[in-house]
Write a protein that binds this ligand. Structure first.
Ligand SMILES: O=C(O)CCC(=O)C(=O)O
Ligand SMILES: [Fe+2]
Length: 320
């Protein structure tokens, strides 16, 4: 292992094949054998790693749909900062952010609503002159929201939690689409940490990236494992919200971004939040798993992090 603790051997993020379960126009929610097999793999990976790589269909038309959005990002991030700063929302962690001089991000709140995408695009290309961006963001959001709903259904089923709670959970989910840019390594090719180690405060994050690697996941033995680029691979990570919901069965994924490539890395993230309160289902409380968390008001949890220069961890916020 090198000084960064990076894994150079065999450890890999588990891969789950969703190509028969989901494509860009539909998804299966039956109890077919591929569904049952994927459901077991998903939950085992989330308990061990807090993440897995979902591979979707690699048919050319589908891969085009997943990757079209990257075609607009040079132009989008090339707009002056004063325009990017207009990307704001009332709720926290939705709009433009620029935590350091090598990374910046823009956000679209509620991307399942075409009007929300249109309003975002109009900040940059007024008068509706943005057909490529809006169309590709809309198509992308549909695919990843479908993936998120499918995995959420698998999680509820796996732990034997009544479907009515699953449907109300999905109905109370807020989606945010985030577009991230990371500058490449300097002229001498020196590696830099573009985003330090953290877990996400949300329920789930789904990340897809352009042809430049950078995202790494910390596994149980402390090694860092890279998420390798592929046009039809999406990393699915669980955040603090599912740690609470699952009464500590599901791990929040610890990750960071290290840039060693000279090219710019773009990533597109779907981030999900609960619009109300996350409570541990009664099916997940027993003698071996006594209740560990008070109900978590997700928005209050996010708000508690604003303006802090340290992270209030979820155990301190609502742990029993
Ligand atoms: O852009 C990425 O690949 C990761 C970003 C991330 O971890 C975050 O914004 O929380
Ligand atoms: Fe993150």
């Amino acid at each position: 292992m090198g000084v960064t603790g990076r894994n150079t051997q065999e450890a890999k993020i588990p891969v789950v094949d969703f190509s028969k379960i989901i494509n860009h126009t539909s998804s299966t929610t039956s109890s077919s054998s591929c569904w049952v097999e994927a459901r077991a793999q998903v939950c085992q990976a989330l308990e061990e790693y807090g993440c897995f790589v979902a591979t979707l269909s690699d048919a050319d038309a589908d891969a085009d749909e997943y990757n079209k959005i990257f075609g607009s990002l040079d132009e989008l991030f090339g707009f002056p900062k004063e325009i990017k700063l207009q990307n704001t929302y009332d709720k926290p962690f939705r709009g433009y952010h620029s935590p350091n001089d090598v990374h910046e991000g823009l956000g679209i709140d509620d991307p399942t609503n075409p009007q929300a995408i249109h309003n975002f695009a109009n900040l940059f290309w007024p008068n509706g002159n943005h057909p490529n961006f809006s169309e590709s963001a809309d198509g992308y959001a549909k695919v990843v929201v479908r993936l998120d709903e499918t995995v959420t259904r698998m999680i509820f089923e796996h732990y034997g939690v009544d479907n009515k709670w699953c449907e109300s959970h999905i109905g109370a989910t807020d989606y945010v689409l985030r577009l991230h840019k990371y500058d490449g390594a300097g002229a001498a090719g020196e590696e830099h940490m573009a985003l330090p180690e953290h877990t996400d405060m949300n329920l789930t994050t789904i990340i897809h990236q352009n042809h430049v690697n950078g995202l790494e996941v910390k596994i149980a033995n402390g090694e860092w494992v890279p998420f390798d680029v592929s046009p039809n691979s999406f990393i699915f990570m669980t955040g603090d919200g599912f740690q609470v919901w699952s009464n500590d069965r599901i791990k929040p994924c610890v990750h960071r971004v290290m840039m060693s490539d000279k090219e710019v890395r773009y990533s597109v993230l779907l981030s999900t939040f609960h619009s109300g309160t996350i409570s541990v289902p009664e099916e997940l409380i027993d003698d071996q798993h006594p209740l560990r968390y008070k109900p978590l008001n997700h928005l209050q949890y996010l708000a508690s992090q604003l303006g802090q220069n340290y992270r209030v961890c979820v155990n301190n916020f609502c742990g029993l």
